[in-house]
Design a protein around this ligand. Structure first.
Ligand SMILES: *Cc1c(COP(=O)(O)O)cnc(C)c1O
Length: 393
């Protein structure tokens, strides 16, 4: 079905669908590693590109293509590249855009492994990286060097909830001939459309909101143009970062309810944020939907909602935060985010444990920071759970 001019919810349900010989109403799982050629000429044509037939699942697969076409439409992009994980999406983009002697500027509070892989691995191949506060345009401008190729931003960032101005970053990127990459995992294409704001590449850990049910790990990359798409797809295929058909099927299934889930996640998060903000045991809170967020206005301008990720500190620092995490019953003490269930974790000792201590402090990942991913349970139960745990702290 042609869904290009239809609404976002219609796209969620129908984009990427295709007719098969049985009239399947949903996209089937094509659980096959390889595809039969009709004859030798057809095989040769598939390889040369003269025929559009499928060859091998690492290269492309119908279930995976359905997901790629769907999310590319949601992000208003050229096409999508699904990957085995969010990190596979990130490393495929790095691999396609960086080379020995090139330089990347990234958000200081970027997802921990997205930083560590540059510092520990890409550095061995001569790639230089700088991590700056990308919410500050002057910090970006002064980090630009002759060999800078990529400006990589995560907004809102993990776990400090800093907001970078995508439009302003796009202007800088254009002027300095950089590729602007945006990790849109926290916002989802429902709340934020980086390509419309001038980004060249948008990527997601679909493990989070897009799949939404905490049962798979996966990633996706969407580009604005064909040239970038082909370069990044090459990196994905040759490094073997492909998604699996069964994984793609589960993501397609979770994706259908993205708007319903994100709306409810967010409605709950706003109430939880107000509860925490007025609680005497809370030292500070960062949530883009609160007027106290330093970039509240920018968040309102570039996002159509404030999402459901909250960072806060408990009075009494790390020990008090630990006590809180050990005292909740409904919230699950686990990393990851963006699912139907409420999750709580401590970035300094968990997701960002591999980031050097000094750099963590510079990026605002303090020892007392607790990260909450608000689920879609009944909000009074989430609040009561936090309330009883805070009494124990
Ligand atoms: C989880 C996450 C990633 C990495 O994704 P995986 O699916 O775990 O590999 C990247 N960016 C952000 C913002 C994330 O939350």
């Amino acid at each position: 079905m042609k869904t290009k001019n239809m609404g976002f919810n219609t796209k969620l349900i129908h984009s990427g669908e295709f007719e098969d010989q049985f009239g399947s109403a949903t996209v089937p799982i094509y659980q096959t590693s390889t595809f039969k050629f009709k004859n030798a000429q057809h095989g040769a044509d598939c390889f040369s590109g003269a025929s559009a037939g499928y060859i091998y699942t690492r290269i492309a697969n119908p279930t995976i293509r359905a997901l790629e076409n769907n999310i590319a439409e949601l992000e208003n992009g050229y096409d999508g590249i699904a990957t085995s994980s969010g990190m596979a999406a990130i490393t495929s983009v790095y691999m396609a855009q960086l080379a020995a002697g090139s330089h990347i500027i990234s958000t200081a509070s970027v997802y921990g492994p997205a930083r560590v892989v540059l510092e520990k691995d890409f550095s061995r191949f001569g790639v230089e990286a700088d991590f700056v506060n990308t919410a500050d345009m002057n910090a970006i401008l002064s980090a630009i060097k002759k060999n800078t190729k990529v400006l990589y931003i995560e907004t809102p960032s993990n776990p400090t909830m800093d907001i970078s101005d995508i439009k302003a970053c796009a202007e800088i990127a254009k002027k300095h001939n950089l590729v602007l990459v945006v990790d849109n995992t926290f916002a989802t294409p429902y709340l934020q459309k980086p390509l419309d704001l001038g980004a060249d590449v948008v990527l997601h850990s679909v493990t989070k909101f897009i799949n939404g049910h905490a049962d798979i790990v996966g990633g996706i990359i969407i580009t604005k143009d064909k040239d970038l798409y082909e370069k990044i797809r090459h990196a994905m295929v040759y490094m073997g970062c492909n998604m699996d058909p069964h994984q793609a099927y589960l993501v397609l299934r979770g994706l259908k309810t993205l708007v319903l889930r994100v709306e409810r996640n967010q409605e709950n998060a706003i109430k939880v944020a107000h509860f925490l903000e007025s609680h005497p045991k809370i030292a500070w809170i960062r949530y883009p939907g609160l007027a106290s967020h330093p970039q509240f206005e920018l968040a309102k301008k570039q996002m159509s909602g404030s999402g459901s990720m909250i960072s806060f500190g408990v009075k009494g620092g790390l020990e008090a935060g630990r006590k809180l995490m050990d005292s909740v019953h409904l919230a699950t003490l686990a990393v990851s985010l963006g699912g139907v269930e409420t999750l709580i974790q401590h970035p300094a000792s968990m997701t960002h444990a591999s980031v050097n201590k000094e750099e963590k402090v510079k990026a605002g990942i303090t020892d007392d920071l607790v990260r909450l991913s608000v689920g879609i349970e009944d909000v009074q139960d989430i609040i009561e759970d936090l309330d009883q745990a805070l009494k124990i702290v």
